[in-house]
Write a protein that binds this ligand. Structure first.
Ligand SMILES: NC(=O)c1ccc[n+]([C@@H]2O[C@H](COP(=O)([O-])OP(=O)(O)OC[C@H]3O[C@@H](n4cnc5c(N)ncnc54)[C@H](OP(=O)(O)O)[C@@H]3O)[C@@H](O)[C@H]2O)c1
Length: 294
């Protein structure tokens, strides 16, 4: 799996073809999408239009419980029309293959991990496709030790990847160690973002410590943070459709942070989620899983 990939959440559809062409030219080989981003078809089209062969790229996509719901109309807090399982798990996973116009997916992730029964149905179906060879690796998102215990109860396949939020404000040291000790690769998501917005977090990009390190190396603060992740053997998938930013984000191998600088960035940790805190869902899990810790 290429260590640097391109996140595609919220990239405008009309920018995807150019962005993917430029990214490929610069050396990007991993594209991170999801059923929920409603851009799988456009990504397949962009690869085709730019003459990029399927076997030359690594595609990550995700199955989301939202694909299983039909309508979700709410009055206040009450759901008045919410047909669950109106399509089968099998069908919604197949839809990503169809959208991406491919007969195999390099990495298929569980996008979200609640409610547990649906999550595990999806994990079982991913396992079946993995054994058929149509999915080359199964992964998960935002998963904590209780979730890993639940996956092990329904499948003989340990997730190859856990994709979760990591940033200097939330360094996630325990979870990273938990995963890496078990051979589960870690992908950082939403390192810079404001949820559903394209404004990066100034708390990170304007941080005085990160800025001083960036100045020393003549790099941007984004590059310093990405380098901090890469030096922890973490896979990164920053999202941008700006040519200059695409170039910056893949230009990380001509400098290296000292141990002291790594520690300075680690020390910014506040355990603060910018977007996705999965811990509240753990409370809703069966007691046998709930108390499993990193
Ligand atoms: N599994 C999940 O549940 C989940 C959740 C969220 C995201 N993801 C995946 O993770 C990917 C990345 O996360 P994200 O989209 O939330 O946000 P992100 O990549 O952490 O942050 C994107 C923001 O950073 C800015 N940026 C990126 N590189 C920059 C650079 N070199 N210089 C200046 N600004 C830069 C972008 O602005 P510009 O556009 O101006 O460059 C944008 O505002 C997603 O696209 C998606 O593929 C997965």
């Amino acid at each position: 799996m290429p260590q640097i990939g391109l996140g595609t959440f919220l990239i405008p559809k009309e920018e995807l073809s150019r962005t993917i062409a430029e990214a490929y030219e610069m050396g990007y080989r991993q594209f991170d999408t999801a059923w929920r981003y409603h851009n799988e078809k456009e990504i397949a089209q962009a690869l085709k239009d730019n003459g990029i062969k399927r076997e030359d790229v690594f595609i990550t996509t995700k199955v989301n419980r939202d694909a299983l719901y039909f309508g979700n109309y709410k009055v206040g807090k009450r759901s008045i029309f919410n047909l669950r399982n109106f399509r089968s798990v099998k069908d919604v996973i197949q839809e990503s293959f169809d959208n991406l116009n491919t007969d195999y997916i390099d990495l298929f992730l569980l996008h979200w991990i609640y409610p547990l029964d649906l999550t595990l149905q999806m994990y079982e179906e991913l396992t079946r496709l993995y054994h058929e060879g149509r999915i080359r690796a199964i992964g998960v998102c935002s998963s904590l030790p209780p979730h890993f215990a639940a996956y092990a109860d329904v499948s003989d396949v340990v997730p190859a990847v856990n994709q979760f939020e990591i940033s200097p404000l939330n360094t996630q040291k325990n979870l990273i160690k938990y995963c890496q000790d078990r051979g589960i690769a870690v992908t950082a998501m939403s390192t810079f973002s404001h949820f559903r917005s394209n404004e990066p977090r100034a708390e990170i990009s304007e941080n005085a410590i990160i800025k001083s390190i960036a100045e020393k190396y003549g790099k941007s603060t984004f590059q310093v943070v990405l380098r901090w992740l890469v030096q922890q053997d973490i896979i990164v998938i920053p999202k941008t459709w700006e040519t200059a930013h695409l170039k910056e984000n893949i230009s990380l191998d001509d400098f290296s942070l000292t141990q002291e600088e790594m520690t300075m960035i680690d020390s910014l940790d506040q355990g603060k989620f910018l977007n996705y805190d999965p811990t509240p869902w753990v409370k809703k899990m069966p007691a046998k899983y709930r108390d499993i810790k990193c």
